[in-house]
Design a binder for this molecule. Structure first.
Ligand SMILES: Cc1cc2nc3c(=O)[nH]c(=O)nc-3n(C[C@H](O)[C@H](O)[C@H](O)COP(=O)(O)O)c2cc1C
Length: 323
């Protein structure tokens, strides 16, 4: 009854456990499935991380390595070690779980991440999620160039990857509407709105760089809700809500705005795997109360296109707050 279709896959629940700490080992993946989620996205494989670790290893082994060709052999076997580890997890997950398993790739170099994706498809990944977030801190690079690079990246991915493909993005584009509809036009199968990235902070007593809390708050879902509400009726691909979805209520809201599914992470970190069952239960009860037999009966009911008035979704200012 709460079944949904996402990236061409049939999910028994619209709740997907997102890429992160809960999807990086087989025991936790099994707990996700047992708790009732519709799919899992494995923790991303990060090219940057592989490179950093490989360089550290290289330093500590430098006395044993004679020539630069020894070094490049060492670096490439180190990379293979990480990719093999990821493929082992993926293969095991496909063997042990009956829900779809999505692989997540985050790489700096286009050629190498497409190579990773091909290998993950060969291991049985049901779809590939691209974790895409360039940080545009170079003042010489214009907004148009940033957009162009993202579109080029998506085009190459679509061309090369012969599997359902989604892209998980942040919301900092000058025209998000244009960006999302371009991804749709290119033939990407879905977009995840929005990733919540690592946030820097400063310890003002120790005068040190620190990390802000990695987990979201339950009021952080509004930006994803706004953009799914605005764009879902305009595009033919799937939308997946992400960030700040901590309750059955917010799952219902995302579906009403037009999402095909939602991804969750922080709510499970905070409340445990039982949060998935509670959200599924809330959705079922809410559908029963409103007389809906299937998610497709109400999905997108409050998307802009059906309302014929985008004002509430587009509104950014608090009018009439004084008086
Ligand atoms: C500790 C931690 C690690 C994460 N690692 C990844 C990752 O490897 N790849 C990715 O796409 N997202 C990663 N995320 C982001 C989550 O998948 C998710 O997009 C984000 O936490 C927002 O969803 P939430 O509000 O339900 O937590 C991570 C999140 C946390 C808290």
């Amino acid at each position: 009854m709460i079944e949904t279709k996402y990236l061409g896959l049939t999910l028994k629940s619209p709740i997907i456990v997102s890429s992160g700490p809960l999807t990086q080992n087989i025991d936790s993946l099994k707990k996700c499935e047992k708790a009732g989620c519709g799919a899992v996205v494995l923790k991303s494989i990060f090219e940057e991380q592989i490179e950093q670790d490989a360089n550290k290893e290289l330093e500590s082994n430098s006395e044993y390595l004679g020539t630069s060709s020894d070094e490049s052999f060492f670096l490439s076997s180190n990379k293979d070690f990480y990719i093999d580890k990821y493929m082992r997890l993926l293969t095991e997950a496909k063997k042990e779980l009956s829900i779809p398993v999505i692989a997540s790739v985050s790489a700096k170099d286009m050629a190498s991440w497409i190579d990773y994706a091909d290998r993950f498809i060969a291991c049985g990944a049901d779809a590939i999620e691209l974790n895409y977030y360039p940080i545009s801190s170079d003042k010489k690079v214009s907004g148009a160039d940033v957009d162009k690079a993202a579109i080029e990246f998506a085009k190459v991915a679509r061309d090369r990857i012969k599997a359902p493909l989604s892209i998980k993005i942040g919301y900092k584009y000058s025209s998000l509407a244009n960006m999302i509809s371009t991804f749709d036009r290119i033939g990407i199968d879905g977009v995840v709105l929005f990733n919540r990235f690592f946030r820097p902070d400063i310890d003002i007593d120790k005068l040190e760089f620190t990390a802000a809390s990695a987990v979201s708050g339950e009021d952080e879902y509004a930006e994803a809700l706004r953009w799914i509400g605005l764009m879902s009726g305009e595009c033919s691909f799937d939308f997946c809500g992400n960030t700040g979805i901590h309750s059955g209520e917010s799952v219902v809201k995302m579906l009403l705005a037009g999402a095909a599914a939602v991804e969750v992470c922080s709510v499970i970190i905070k409340r445990g795997f039982s949060a998935i069952g509670e959200m599924n239960g809330f959705l079922e009860n809410w559908m029963q109360k409103h007389g809906y037999g299937a998610v497709s009966d109400f999905r997108g009911l409050l998307a802009e296109e059906r309302r014929k008035d985008g004002y509430n979704w587009e509104r950014t200012q608090f009018l009439k707050t004084i008086g």
